[in-house]
Write a protein that binds this ligand. Structure first.
Ligand code: GLU
Length: 466
């Protein structure tokens, strides 16, 4: 049988970190076993689902590369199918209409609580014989078995036993003529041929109810894996309070897909003490059976560390498009400055994110007008004029504009004048950037381009004269 996993978000907001991890684990589990991974949009809650949220989820999955070959299934397109299955359960006596009003249910709850029992529906409509009350739209309830146990062999949590006596008759169809979550999920997962359900452990209590539905429908339930929660750095459940829970915000903050995926996979899964994993490695190594039971904590410093690792090791050409995206976000025109690849090579030892890279890159895109007073006072002194003039001349004559050639020029001038490298590079750095901080001087000059480099050295010489 072909392994099929699915990611089934409810489109009520963005793709958040927890959802992205569920998608990744489902994707990887399918990959390792040569299976298929599919998407389902659980949009039956018409009041909370929006087309913008659907788009936001697709955007997030797209960015991470967690899309499916098959078109996504939308639950709102499947109401007739759910209705058909609900009718079948009714016809087979496995479900029944319930006419109990809100007041009746509230009273039932209060009485159970007064007796010190867990509030649950008492099944009074199971065997109704009187005619239905006028003008009441009934719900449909599933006739849950009264006794026995449901054993969930959860692939993360292990064996979890539920008593049927604790599970009441689940509503599968609402009085507003719509299916409920637990019901539509079972119909979908079986129709879609899902063999492995991987989802957050907030659904663990739904699992025995779903298993009972599978059995009533004569179906074999899939396997279940309930993933532990992700906590914020403060130990509370990761939420909007912790800032960037929308995965696309991590893109905006300058994290690259490879780092994000590597980071997400380690939230609950490990392989020895290895930290760095490529996707192709993960496709062979990841197994949901090895996911940890305990909650994991979100650690932004680790994500930053991983991100810099990928900035330093990925092919610059593969990041060029993403870098240009960040430059535009920073208000810069990628066509009017150094190449994205060159920026990365010059800056990747100094930045952890592409947002920081774009910020640092500004100095090569905009005319230099701001000079740091301290830097000027320290480096643009009369004795700096000669080395600046000589470097300017050599740069103007340089046959090939490359960082390596520029490095030779700077060193050559230092040697010819008997000056240490700092005495040449210091003034040049202030001339080129207005500050004392920049990447190595050869790259700093190279990124400016010849015309700007000469212009900026001229401006510095003018400052010295003034
Ligand atoms: N739509 C559910 C959610 O977003 C997931 C349901 C499932 O995976 O079974 O929590």
């Amino acid at each position: 049988m072909t392994v099929r996993t699915r990611f089934a978000p409810s489109p009520t907001g963005f793709l958040h970190v927890g959802g992205a991890r569920t998608a990744l684990f489902s994707f990887l589990e399918a990959r390792r076993r040569d299976g298929e991974y599919v998407l389902r949009i659980e949009d039956t809650d018409l009041t909370r689902s929006t087309p913008e949220a659907v788009q936001a989820i697709f955007d997030g999955l797209d960015w991470l590369g967690l899309t499916s070959q098959e078109p996504a299934v939308f639950q709102t397109k499947r109401f007739e199918r759910y209705r058909e299955v609900a009718q079948r359960l009714l016809a087979e006596g496995k479900a029944y209409h319930c006419y109990c009003s809100r007041e009746t249910l509230d009273q039932m709850r209060a009485e159970a609580e007064a007796r010190g029992e867990k509030p649950r529906y008492d099944g009074r409509c199971r065997n109704r014989s009187e005619p239905p009350p006028e003008g009441v739209n009934p719900v449909i309830r599933f006739r849950n078995p009264d006794s026995g146990q449901v054993v969930v062999n959860d692939r993360v949590r292990g064996k979890v036993v539920f008593e049927n006596a604790e599970l009441d008759d689940l509503i599968i169809w609402r009085s507003d003529d719509s299916p409920t979550y637990n019901f539509s999920v079972v119909v979908d997962d079986s129709d879609m041929g899902i063999t492995d359900v991987i989802r957050g452990d907030d659904h663990l209590n739904n699992t025995p109810r779903q298993i009972n539905l599978y059995l009533a429908l004569g179906l074999t339930p899939p396997s279940f894996a309930s993933l532990p929660m992700i906590l914020g750095p403060d130990g509370a459940k990761l939420s909007k309070r912790h800032g960037a829970v929308n995965v696309m915000m991590y893109r905006e903050l300058g994290f690259v897909r490879e780092a994000m995926l590597n980071y997400l996979v380690r939230l609950g899964w490990s392989h020895g003490d290895q930290e760095i994993f490529s996707m192709s490695e993960l496709e062979q190594l990841f197994s949901v059976d090895d996911v940890n039971q305990s909650a994991s904590r979100f650690d932004i410093d680790k994500l930053r560390w991983l991100n810099q690792h990928y900035l330093k090791t990925l092919e610059p050409a593969d990041l060029a498009e993403e870098i240009r995206w960040h430059l535009r976000r920073a208000g810069l025109d990628p066509e009017q400055g150094p190449a994205a690849e060159d920026l990365l090579i010059a800056l990747r030892e100094r930045v952890h994110t592409l947002e920081e890279l774009a910020e640092r890159a500004k100095v090569w895109f905009e005319p230099l007008s701001d000079y740091d007073d301290k830097a000027v006072a320290k480096h643009l002194k009369p004795e700096a004029a000669e080395p600046l003039r000589q470097v300017r001349q050599a740069l103007a004559d340089l046959s090939e504009w490359s960082a390596a050639q520029i490095d030779q020029v700077v060193r050559g001038v230092g040697e010819a004048l008997g000056l240490g490298l700092g005495k040449v590079a210091g003034p040049l750095r202030v001339a080129l950037t207005g500050t004392q901080v920049s990447p190595s001087i050869d790259h700093t000059i190279y990124l400016a381009g010849r015309d700007q480099a000469l212009l900026r050295i001229d401006a510095a010489l003018a400052k010295i004269e003034a």
